[in-house]
Structure formats: structure tokens, C-alpha cells
Design a protein around this ligand. Structure first.
Ligand code: IMP
Length: 203
């Protein structure tokens, strides 16, 4: 197998940490925004996670000239008709923090009863190999939104996302525990297969 250079099309340090952790044993050199000058911020103008993942990977692949992986992910809450969805990172408005988003979510859900708080995380990963070839995979994690923050690890909505099979929120899990059950972990497992196939074709 040859060594592949793969760029991560994100400036989100939390995503970079989780993605690197899951690809660390592959013969892949991971490059990030810190390895390039003037790494562009690709605007997420798509209406779906898939459109945004392809947009981000495509934009950065064009800028770097290298194979590029992008993740677009979000939280879908059933009682809110699928919101915040593609707007997950900016749910509480432009420039908001993770804490602002969680406060808004708990406020919006204050009257939703225990049995109706189902939610899922979804992650779509796009890999742009070259101008003619893009592949996408998806991962999901089903859980529910609790009524107050629990746990200090992870990022984003992790403190309010309770994962019943583990009896914990994502913010109460170690990185390895979260990656073994999370939407991103599952999408990355599928992405690993794409990477391994690509490497074996290059031999
Ligand atoms: P993106 O950068 O447009 O993909 O936005 C993703 C947003 O969804 C993040 O900023 C978080 O608010 C939320 N999100 C995605 N994945 C996770 C996760 O694993 N834990 C908690 N929040 C997440």
C-alpha cells in the first residue's frame, strides 16, 4: 500500500481530534488547516448535510490539489421537526458558542415531556479524490435530549445528548467510547473502507 495525503476540510479542532483518532492506524498522512497558508472557509450554502459535505470537500480539494475529506454533521430533534439540522453550528445565531446553542435548545424543549425528546446525530462524510471522483458515507446515533447539561468532555451538543445504550451523555464518554458509537465514528468506519479500497487500487 502507498501512503496517501488526505486533507481535512474543517477548522473545527474538535472534529479534527475525533477524525485523527479514528484514522491514526492507516497509512495516511493527515493534513489540516494548520498545514496551509490562507486555508479558505467554505460557505455552507447547501440544504442538506450531504450537499454541504461535498461543497466543503470540493472547495478544499480545489485549493490544495489533494484528496480531501469533509464532515458535515448535525443534531435532528424529532419534537422540533428535525431542527437544528443543517443549522446546528449556528442555531443560536451568528458567532454563537456551543453553550449558547445548548441553552437555546433546552429553552425550546422546556415543555416537551420525557417520552417525546428523541433526537439523532447525523454525520455525512464526503471524500473528494480528484475532480472526477467524490464518494459519501453516513453515520447516525439515536438518543434523546435531557433537561440539563451532563458531562464535560466532547463538544457541541454532547452534554445534552443522552445515549441510552451507554446510560450516559456523549459528554460523559471518553473519546474512544464516543467514537465507538457516535454518528461520526460510524461514518468514519465506512470512510476507512473507502480509503483502504483507494489505497489498494493505487498499489
Ligand atoms: P458543521 O460544522 O456544519 O458540520 O456543524 C456541525 C455542528 O453540529 C457542530 O458545530 C455541533 O454544534 C453539532 N455537532 C456535530 N457533531 C457533533 C458531535 O459529535 N457532538 C456534538 N455536537 C455535534
Amino acid at each position: 500500500m502507498c501512503i496517501l495525503q488526505l486533507v481535512l476540510a474543517t477548522q473545527n479542532k474538535d472534529k479534527i481530534r475525533e477524525i485523527k483518532n479514528l484514522l491514526q492506524d492507516l497509512p495516511v498522512t493527515i493534513l489540516t488547516c494548520d498545514d496551509f497558508l490562507d486555508f479558505p472557509d467554505i460557505e455552507e450554502t447547501g440544504e442538506t448535510l450531504e450537499e454541504n459535505a461535498v461543497l466543503k470537500a470540493g472547495g478544499i480539494a480545489k485549493f490544495t490539489g489533494l484528496a480531501t475529506l469533509a464532515d458535515d454533521s448535525g443534531l435532528e430533534v424529532e419534537a422540533l421537526g428535525g431542527a437544528p439540522g443543517v443549522f446546528s453550528s449556528r442555531y443560536a445565531g451568528p458567532g454563537c458558542t456551543y453553550a449558547d446553542n445548548n441553552r437555546k435548545l433546552l429553552r425550546e424543549m422546556k415543555d416537551i415531556p420525557e417520552g417525546k425528546r428523541a433526537a439523532r446525530f447525523r454525520a455525512v462524510i464526503a471524500i473528494v479524490w480528484d475532480a472526477d471522483k467524490v464518494e459519501t458515507v453516513e453515520g447516525r446515533a439515536e438518543g434523546k435530549i435531557i433537561t440539563e447539561n451532563r458531562g464535560v468532555d466532547g463538544f457541541g451538543y454532547d452534554p445534552v445528548f443522552f445515549y441510552p445504550p451507554a446510560g450516559k451523555t456523549f459528554a460523559e464518554m471518553t473519546l474512544d467510547e464516543k467514537n465507538s458509537v457516535s454518528h461520526r465514528g460510524k461514518a468514519l468506519l465506512a470512510a476507512r473502507e473507502l480509503i483502504i479500497k483507494h489505497l489498494s487500487q493505487k498499489v
